[in-house]
Design a protein around this ligand. Sequence first.
Ligand code: ME8
Length: 507
Amino acid sequence: MKKIYLTTPIYYVNDLPHIGHAYTSVICDSIARYYKLHGLGVNFTTGTDEHGLKVEQAARKNKKSPKDFVDDVSLNFLELTKKLQLSNNDFIRTTEKRHHLAASHFWKNLEQNDHIYLDKYSGWYSVKDEAYYQEKELIKNKNGDFVTIDGGAVDWVEEESYFFKLSKWQEKLLNYYEKNKNFVYPESRFNEVKSFVRSGLKDLSISRTSFSWGIKVPDTNHVMYVWVDALVNYLTSLGYPDFEKQKEYWQNSYHIIGKDILKFHAVYWPALLLANNINLPKQIIAHGWWTNEGKKISKSMGNTIDPNEMIDKYGLDQFRYFLIREIPLGNDGDFSKEAFLNRINSDLSNNLGNLIQRVMKFIYKNYDNRLPSKIDSTLDGYNLIKDGYELLPLIDRKIEHFEISKCLEEIFIYIDKLNKFVDTNEPWKVFKVEKEKAGNGLSILIETFRIVGILLQPFIPIFSTNLLDLLNVDKNEREFKFLNIENLLKKDHIFNKPEALFPRYEK
Ligand code: ME8
């Protein structure tokens, strides 16, 4: 069985989860569900990044010990995975013992292979980004202070530190990028990575002594730089250092992240892995950034969007659908209430929900809730079914290129065609004069609904399950391999009682 490993970033526990975290997780989940429906072995992990100065400071602000604080906040992220109905099979916390062991082992290997040396770091550090900056990467604010390009504060740091010999990997990384043209998606972001590396890599400070909330560097008073600790989580989840049995997953691994943390994943992480003789992940996928009604989302602006509230108010499928449909992966996107309501009302309530409800109610009333006709290629409109089967290879290609919004676009173009079929064939009118002919058209539609229900499972799982339940499709016959003529529902197949699938929301 072919295997695939999909990861979200592990999220910082300095604050509550928001729409941005939900976005990455939903993308990853949809891809994971997609490949599961193709029969692949899927390993999908998410979790929380619990060390570092940012988290230590947040704990202090909340008057809690770091451990108590991270235990509390991590729970919010764990609960969100449930609320989003993620299909992850692991939730990793960097304060877990298995992760301490993995990170320490990873460090010792670097040390043994002479990739680390002790020196003194003096330079700028952003606690918000948990990142070091060179002066050339900073700008001055109106008070004349150095800040990051998005205005974040930086502190001058001088302390003893272990360094990773990152500089010596510059050429090797560029060669790797040259040979692996799809290593980073999308291409425009890959170009940014390449030019960052070309502009020169400095050795990386990978330990701190001025605070203690982190994984101890073996036999020293240092703690590991939180990014080294955090990146190793992707290996911890596979059982590293003893991950031979899981190697097939690693060989086909995809890190799905936001564009903000691309440098860590596409430069530092590959260099660290190469230094430890571990293969690189197959691909790094960097998605774009959400704003709220045109404004940057931040706690200080008080405009964060709570995914829990959205789900409680509008429903999980509606929230998931909007996130993945609204913007092509890789582009930035704006969340606005109007766009959200328009999208869910027009696509889900009108085009999809209404269509299915009208047809199913009619069959319930007039055909004893059974499939009216034998479906075969002699029926008028059979082409619609063929088009439906042909959607799968089309969507396969889109998913391979992470065009997940396009997948939904294609499925909804198809749903438009189904609506047109209903409008032109008017089965309710035909029924009055030719019951059998009307039944034929309705039976064609039923098969297209089975197709739509199966195809939409990765993206809007609750709706799809309800639809397939309504059609009374066997629970063991919902994988993609059942999308063909051999698995058509038989004449007189009995459906379940139709119920409303999507409500409409007022603006
Ligand atoms: O960076 N739009 O954690 P983090 C889109 N712990 N995505 C967003 C977003 C927005 N406005 N805001 C957040 C970290 N995200 C590290 C990662 S991995 C080894 C360590 C998403 O809590 C997006 O995926 O700051 C981004 O990369 C991630 O949350 C950052 O989460």
